[in-house]
Structures are given as structure tokens and as C-alpha cells.
Design a protein around this ligand. Structure first.
Ligand SMILES: CC(C)(COP(=O)(O)OP(=O)(O)OC[C@H]1O[C@@H](n2cnc3c(N)ncnc32)[C@H](O)[C@@H]1OP(=O)(O)O)[C@@H](O)C(=O)NCCC(=O)NCCS
Length: 165
């Protein structure tokens, strides 16, 4: 994962409850001719088993260190991790463990951005309200569950003034 001067690494480990992935975001910079690295933030995701053959990644912790907050790093990190899990056929949906208010705000922004790229969420269809097509596309392509995509639909309706993509 590379983000204009900010990089990251991901490591997957097998724990007693299944797989856990840790992602670390760092800034690479140069000082007096020496290349240095500063930690920007991290994220941990646990994979839970879903009967019969699926998994449910759950974001357990996410932290962007205070000097780097409010600069869009959290949004890019969540977006990258979400895209990674969406690409895996065995993933049923992506959830979060006891999400904080600031995480929900961040996730809303990222999911609305994703939803706006789906044909069923086109501007001319939004005013007709929530539809079965929206539910199917959000679930199949974005791996988000019913409660989350219904919230995303409502946010899409009001997002023109709320978010700047
Ligand atoms: C929550 C957290 C991860 C967000 O990371 P961040 O890098 O500060 O977030 P971003 O800058 O990418 O974006 C978050 C904010 O921008 C909004 N946002 C992002 N891009 C935007 C855009 N283009 N237009 C409008 N809003 C945008 C989000 O809704 C949110 O709103 P706010 O700044 O008005 O509060 C970080 O603040 C943090 O680590 N907090 C402490 C720990 C925590 O609460 N972790 C989550 C639970 S485990």
C-alpha cells in the first residue's frame, strides 16, 4: 500500500480464533541525507468463520496517531483494507468490533464513496429510495451488510453537500 510519501506493511498470522491481519502505516522521509520512517497508524482485522465456507473480517482496532489525524490517512487506510477484502471470494461481509463514533463517521465516508461507484446508486435512482438492486450490489460487490448499506443509501442522498470526493 503506498500513499504519496506514506507506506505500509501487512502481516497475516494464525491465532487460536483464526486469522488476524495487522496493517501498519508509516511515513518515509529524508533527514540530513538519511532515510527515516515514522509510524502513522495501524489497523488490526480478525477473520471469523461463517457457516459453511465463508469468513467475516472484523476491524478490531484502528489508530491514526494524533499528528497525522484529519489528513485523510484513515480514509485511505480503510479504503485499501476494504478493497483487499472485497477481492476475496470467501469473504461474506466486513464488520467492525464495537466501533467508536469517529470510526463510524470514517466508515460512512468510505462506504458512501464506494456506493456512489455502483450503478444502482446513480444519482437519478437515489431519489426513488432504497431498492433490492442496491442491496444486492452493496452486498455482492462491497461486502457490506444490510444495516450498513441502508445507512449508506441515506447518506448518499445527503452526501453531495457533506463529502468532497
Ligand atoms: C478515527 C481515526 C482512525 C480517523 O483517522 P483520520 O486519519 O483522522 O481520518 P481522515 O482524515 O481520513 O478522515 C476522517 C474525517 O474526515 C471525514 N472525511 C474524510 N475525507 C473527507 C472528504 N474528502 N470530505 C469530507 N469529509 C471527509 C470523515 O468523515 C471524518 O470527519 P472529520 O474530520 O470531520 O471528523 C483517527 O481519528 C483515530 O485514530 N482516532 C482515535 C482512535 C479511534 O477512535 N479509532 C477507531 C476505533 S478503533
Amino acid at each position: 500500500m503506498l500513499m504519496s510519501g506514506v507506506g505500509g506493511w501487512a502481516r497475516e498470522q494464525r491465532g487460536s480464533d483464526g486469522h488476524c491481519m495487522g496493517v501498519c502505516l508509516f511515513e518515509k522521509y529524508n533527514k540530513d541525507g538519511e532515510t527515516l520512517y515514522a509510524t502513522v497508524g495501524y489497523m488490526t482485522v480478525y477473520n471469523y468463520y461463517v457457516y459453511p465456507d465463508k469468513t467475516r473480517p472484523r476491524v478490531s482496532q484502528m489508530l491514526i496517531l494524533p499528528p497525522f489525524q484529519g489528513e485523510g490517512h484513515g480514509a485511505q487506510l480503510l479504503e485499501a483494507v476494504h478493497r483487499f477484502y472485497c477481492s476475496l471470494p470467501k469473504v461474506q461481509d466486513i464488520t467492525a468490533e464495537d466501533p467508536s463514533e469517529s470510526y463510524v463517521k470514517l466508515r460512512d465516508y468510505v462506504l458512501v464513496k464506494f456506493c456512489q461507484g455502483l450503478p444502482s446508486f446513480a444519482v437519478d435512482k437515489l431519489h426513488l429510495g432504497f431498492s433490492a438492486d442496491m442491496a444486492k450490489e452493496a452486498q455482492d460487490q462491497l461486502k457490506i451488510n444490510k444495516v450498513t448499506y441502508e445507512a449508506a443509501t441515506i447518506l448518499c442522498l445527503g452526501s453531495v453537500n457533506r463529502f468532497v470526493f
